[in-house]
Design a binder for this molecule. Structure first.
Ligand SMILES: Nc1ncnc2c1ncn2[C@@H]1O[C@H](COP(=O)(O)OP(=O)(O)OP(=O)(O)O)[C@@H](O)[C@H]1O
Ligand SMILES: [Mg+2]
Length: 258
């Protein structure tokens, strides 16, 4: 049965979408069956994976609100991962969900249909702590929190951890924080190293992944070209972190199942 991870941080632009996509591709590279779920109306993940969100008729919106089977919506991408795509319709879902019974569990229902077929299901969430993100946290086993290596980025982490604690109490007792993933790390700056130090001391109880995703313009370029970072012409040091993370996730899965 698939492990369900959500990448969450209500701060915008910290690398949630980039991490979801590249981690997913790195997992597929090592033989895992992966489904990526775009749960952000901005649909950045759908775009990164090679699709024009506005041209898609069938998206996760219909699974959440019209009870369409996810199997009628899932796309097999050319990068070895499957995708449950989104587009701007998902913004309407936020409003419509308010009137639906058990509105926090709509995504859980969708995932339950497909969970047996995948090793990993990874959900990209939007930069807010609204009903869509709550759906993601209610459906997940584990949360990875990408944190960009800037001081302001740390501040939001506390609020997210509080929400996670609440969700654990009310909706999903098994929800764990898998770890904090430092992104946009620039080893040349004292500030970035200082942020790592603060993360270590301020969030002692939470696993800090021992590798960082380096800052590189290649990430924005790869996203624009709708390609994973591993296809960049020159090797990008930041890409290695995603491969290490993929290996760690597989090890963790084996540890838990064995
Ligand atoms: N390691 C990195 N180095 C430099 N730029 C990066 C890195 N990772 C991502 N980016 C770029 O930073 C921008 C924001 O990244 P991304 O979209 O992944 O963040 P996000 O957290 O998903 O944003 P949002 O909160 O809006 O959904 C994008 O242009 C992306 O290409
Ligand atoms: Mg995003």
């Amino acid at each position: 049965m698939g492990d369900v991870y959500v990448l969450a941080n209500q701060k915008g632009g910290v690398g949630k979408t980039t991490s979801t996509f590249n981690l997913g591709v790195a997992l597929a590279e090592i033989g895992q069956e992966v489904l990526l779920i775009d749960l952000d109306p901005q649909a950045g993940l759908t775009y990164c994976a090679g699709y024009e969100p506005d041209e898609l008729e069938e998206t996760i919106f219909k699974c959440l609100l019209r009870d369409i089977s996810p199997w009628d919506v899932i796309i097999t991408t050319k990068y070895g991962v499957d995708l449950l795509p989104a587009n701007i319709d998902l913004a309407v879902a936020e409003m419509q969900l308010l009137n639906v019974p058990a509105r926090e569990r709509r995504l859980t229902r969708v995932i339950n249909h497909v969970r047996e077929q995948y090793d990993f299901i990874i959900v990209d969430s939007q930069p807010s702590l609204g009903v869509l993100t709550i759906n993601a946290l209610a459906a997940a086993n584990k949360v990875i929190i990408p944190v960009s290596c800037e001081y302001l980025s740390i501040r939001g982490t506390q609020a997210l951890l509080k929400l996670i604690a609440k969700i654990r109490g009310q909706l999903n007792s098994g929800l764990e924080v898998a770890g904090l993933l430092p992104t946009m790390f620039d080893a040349r700056t004292v500030h970035a190293r200082e942020v790592i130090r603060i993360l270590k001391t301020q969030f002692r109880d939470i696993h800090l992944y021992p590798y960082q995703v380096n800052r590189s313009i290649r990430f924005a370029e790869s996203a624009a070209e709708q390609k994973p970072i591993f296809e960049a012409k020159l090797q990008v040091p930041g890409a290695l972190a995603y491969r290490e993370l993929a290996r760690d996730l597989v090890k963790e899965k084996l540890r838990c199942s064995g």
